[in-house]
Design a protein around this ligand. Structure first.
Ligand code: ADP
Ligand code: MG
Ligand code: ZN
Length: 375
């Protein structure tokens, strides 16, 4: 089976999510037939840089580009012609992906220098995609600079990097630059929903939210995790479907879902010390990572505090939480009071101690007892 993240790589700009500005500018460039000869795609992992590089390769080479009105209208590759197909399948000889992380690109850039002099084998443009471009050596950058200064008309160079600040200004100033953003939990959840429907995967919204939140803004991380969960899961039905439950996700991540977190926060906000202590022990028994739990708890209480002092900020949390969860949080924010600020400080303190402690449960318990004991 093809890995989910490869199978669901967007093949149109329309399906590239959460990068509206990048999409807008590139579609417009396709429509007006004005592509740059060099691009820099920068931003966090799993947000669409490699995907976009291949989309650029397709709009440059799509056979309908000069013949078909739809290309000019939509600014999208047709995904139907021979060029689009070979690029989608990764078979195009003229689309050359270079991993600068391996051997810091020394041999690769030497080959590139040779290769740019030769016209494309079958496509209109030869497209070089240099991934992890910040890893290139000084010599490799210099060699690249020569090519950037006088690129043959049939060459497009695309640099992708997670660390834009490490690309020398001499290089980046000669490229058109795009900055990719981390994506929100809801954007990830929406794409995962699409995938599970197609793959006949049964999984709850709560579990999806947990997967998406753990991916920290990366589609790829979320999709890889889903893949991993599918491979562990039991098949259901006779059409290749599978079922994943919340416990599977929690166990795999060592991280509790929203409902458990919210229940626990309720004990704290209601000063129910007995229940709080009992729950911590259970959470430890179940093998959850307590430092992760404390981090999630701090984030939960921080959100409750923020909503207490500025209820309008719920709009900012809408993209990170499903509606039902946001409502729970809003209810909890009404219980938040000044004493809880000390609790929050205590938890932050406990978090920094427990990460290196042999007994991570103790700093957490101490923080909670100290804050709730006389309430
Ligand atoms: N903006 C996006 N919209 C939809 N899916 C995306 C997006 N970015 C990444 N993905 C998913 O993650 C996978 C990896 O994306 P990729 O473009 O390789 O990320 P990177 O920014 O690390 O180069 C894609 O195959 C796709 O499934
Ligand atoms: Mg990439
Ligand atoms: Zn095409």
């Amino acid at each position: 089976m093809l890995a989910i993240y490869r199978k669901y790589r967007p093949v149109t700009f329309e399906s590239l999510l959460g990068q509206d500005l990048v999409v807008k500018i590139l579609k417009e460039a396709a429509r007006s037939d004005r592509l740059a000869h060099a691009y820099l795609l920068a931003g966090p992992r799993g947000t669409g840089k490699t995907t976009t590089a291949r989309l650029i390769a397709k709009i440059a080479n799509c056979e309908t580009r000069s013949t078909d009105k739809t290309f000019k209208q939509k600014g999208e590759p047709c995904n139907n012609c021979n060029s689009c197909n070979t690029i989608n399948d990764g078979r195009a000889l003229d689309v050359i992906e270079i991993d600068a992380a391996s051997n810091r690109g020394i041999d690769e850039i030497r080959n590139l220098k040779e290769s740019v002099r030769v016209s494309p084998a079958s496509l209109r443009y030869k497209v070089f995609i240099i991934d992890e471009a910040h890893m290139l050596t000084k010599d490799a950058f210099n060699a690249l600079l020569k090519t950037l200064e006088e690129p043959p008309p049939y060459v497009i160079l695309i640099l992708a990097t997670t660390e834009a600040e490490k690309i020398p200004a001499t290089i980046s100033s000669r490229t058109q630059q795009f900055y990719f953003k981390k994506v929100s939990v809801n954007q990830i959840v929406n794409k995962l929903k699409d995938i599970i429907a197609k793959e006949k995967i049964k999984i709850s919204g709560e579990a999806l939210e947990l997967i998406a939140a753990s991916a920290e803004g990366s589609f790829r991380d979320a999709e890889s995790l889903l893949d991993q969960l599918v491979s562990f899961s039991l098949p259901v039905g006779n059409q290749g479907g599978s079922e994943i439950n919340l416990t599977d996700v929690e166990k795999t991540l060592g991280k509790v879902g929203f409902d458990k977190l919210s229940e626990f926060s309720g004990f704290l906000l209601n000063s129910n010390l007995e229940k709080a202590l009992e729950s911590i022990s259970q959470i430890e028994d179940h093998g959850f990572n307590l430092a992760q739990f404390t981090k999630d708890l701090i984030q939960y209480l921080r959100r409750a505090a923020v909503l207490k002092y500025n209820p309008d900020m719920k709009d900012m949390f809408k993209s990170e939480l499903m509606e039902e969860h946001l409502n729970k949080l809003i209810n909890h924010s009404k219980l938040f009071n000044e004493n809880h600020l000390d609790l929050l400080k205590g938890l932050i303190n406990a978090y920094s101690q427990m990460r290196y402690s042999q007994f991570p449960i103790i700093p957490l318990e101490v923080a909670i007892v100290e804050s709730l004991k006389d309430k």
